[in-house]
Ligand binder design. Structure first.
Ligand code: UN1
Length: 513
């Protein structure tokens, strides 16, 4: 196999054979054991990263604590200027980083580039926001008093991110946290540690060029035990965690136990409702990209299609036909649509889901299976599968991080479809395909979708950074990225100033001495 420019990309990103995985910029503290990162694309070793011990972590926290003292005093627009420079560097490194994301995580090169584009976009967004961290002014009930609120930085923000968006989710958090005046400590997924080092190298360069303390951006590495250093640490007022609902429940409990804040972006069980008034071509593109894009490993991936019975066969046949066109293979080869799953554990979960749906009475209409032979040596390539199922099957209620799509049927009114769509524990993304205004509005109404994201004539995945991203119920309730998601990275302070020579009390209370 040609290396699709991977060697060159690794070099451009400053990656070594063995990398320090605990760093504050150029200062490295790693002394833990080594994580080896193997590519799901070809099973080859990409590189090694050293993990963070408790003693290493203490050094990082010292650096972060010191850096915060400087960083918080920089005016927010000047912090924005640093984020602008970071965005510029990302533009320069877009191809190299997109390639590494594709090679280490397994998503298509196009999607790898798309992920870096999300990073660039959030930097632009944060730069503008750095002049708009507005608080309100209020009218005091007392004469010649002024009352207003202001937002101050929180301190050290801990970020735990998942393998499926190994770089973008970090940037949604950091770009906002930085302009808010916070410093960040990041633990990337132990499945994609090289992406973490690559990002840290880029921001470290920007900080060094501006003579800023390295502790503004810190990297730690390891499994959940290293994540626990942060969830238990009272010096970290906010932990932002993206990943499974199982992980989120543990993080939420730990952080709430010390009355810290957590921002959780967890699993989804996203559905597209396809009504009688849908456009078939749009439905097919939205559903197929949603189900097989990133090999079904987005938290926004389409898991369920809820199709009206009168058009069920037509939609089913069109989607089954589209699946026949899918090319599965090396994601760096732009001719392929679907790359590998992240690892063989994910393959085992995919196999289990297919067995389970059959055991529960489902019918497989597009056969799955693990691919082997030339080009599939990593053992991580699987065929996207489709099963006809029932919404109350246990497996349908569960998020399987793989390209398995369930077809469900509804009859009657769109409210029946909405009921099925809402009848799961998760609440991240949802969509309706319809040209009927009444159906679209019913879906968006107070009695409509209960998800954090509800789209009309767009699939469930591929949200833009400008909106707040996250969902309800077991998705965790957090919002990252656009809109006013920045507020969670700051503390609000209400200020009342008296410019009289008296001290009138609120509520008209008399207290004379
Ligand atoms: C995720 O899978 O954790 O909306 C994030 C999307 C992407 C982000 C997904 N913009 O599909």
């Amino acid at each position: 196999m040609t290396d699709f420019g991977i060697g060159k990309a690794l070099k451009e990103l400053g990656l070594q054979e063995t990398n320090e995985g605990t760093s504050t910029g150029n200062q490295n503290f790693s002394s833990g054991k080594i994580i080896e990162s193997y590519s799901p694309v070809d099973g080859k070793l990409i590189g090694k990263v050293k993990t963070t011990t408790k003693a290493d972590y203490e050094k990082v926290m010292q650096a972060a604590t010191e850096a915060f003292k400087t960083w918080r005093t920089k005016p927010a627009p000047l912090r924005g200027e640093i984020v602008r420079q970071f965005g510029e560097k990302l533009r320069e490194k877009k191809e190299a980083l997109g390639k590494l994301v594709s090679y280490e995580m397994g998503k298509s090169y196009q999607e790898g580039l798309g992920e870096v584009q999300e990073m660039i976009d959030i930097c632009d967004f944060a730069v503008g926001l750095s002049r708009q961290l507005h608080g309100l002014t209020m009218h005091s009930e007392r004469p010649r008093h002024r009352m207003y609120e202001q937002y101050h930085p929180l301190g050290i923000v801990g970020i735990i991110s998942a393998f499926n968006f190994p770089v973008a989710v970090w940037s949604w958090n950091t770009a906002l946290a930085w302009i808010c005046g916070d410093v960040c400590v990041w633990k990337p997924s132990e499945k994609t540690p090289m992406c973490g080092v690559a990002c840290q190298n880029i921001i470290a360069e920007v900080l060094a060029e501006n003579n800023l303390p390295e502790g503004i951006s810190c990297l730690i590495n390891g499994d959940y035990k290293v994540g626990e250093f942060m969830t238990k640490d009272t010096r970290i007022p906010l932990v932002s965690a993206t990943g499974s609902t199982r992980m989120g429940k543990i993080v939420a409990k730990e952080v709430a136990g010390r009355l810290g804040k957590s921002l959780l972006e967890l699993g989804g069980n996203n559905a597209i409702i396809v009504t009688q008034d849908s456009d078939l071509k749009m439905t097919v593109i939205g559903a197929v990209f949603g189900a097989v894009g990133t090999c079904g490993q987005r938290c926004t991936s389409t898991r369920r299609l809820i199709i009206h019975e009168s058009i069920y066969d037509k939609v089913k046949n069109a989607i089954v036909d589209a699946y026949k066109q899918l090319r599965i293979g090396n994601p760096l080869d732009e001719n392929n649509h679907v790359g590998p799953l992240i690892d063989t554990d994910a393959v085992a979960m995919y196999n289990k889901a297919l067995e389970k749906v059959v055991a529960e009475g489902g019918k497989i209409i597009v056969e799955g299976g693990v691919l082997s032979g030339d080009g599939y040596e990593s053992g991580c390539y699987v065929k996207p599968a489709i099963a006809e199922a029932n919404n109350n099957f246990e497996i349908v209620q569960h998020e399987t991080f793989a390209p398995v799509l369930y077809l469900l049927k509804y009859s009657g009114d769109v409210t029946n479809a909405i009921e099925i769509q809402n009848n799961v524990a998760q609440g991240l993304s949802s969509a309706i395909m319809t040209n009927n205004l009444r159906e679209a509005e019913a879906f968006l109404s107070v009695a409509g979708s209960d998800c954090g994201i509800a789209n009309v004539n767009i699939g469930t995945s591929g949200a833009e950074i400008g909106g707040a991203f996250g969902g309800e119920k077991e998705t965790g309730g957090g919002r990252e990225s656009g809109s006013d998601a920045w507020k969670i990275y700051m503390r609000r302070q209400t200020n009342t100033i008296n410019y009289t020579t008296d001290l009138p009390l609120a509520q008209g209370i008399k207290f004379d001495l």
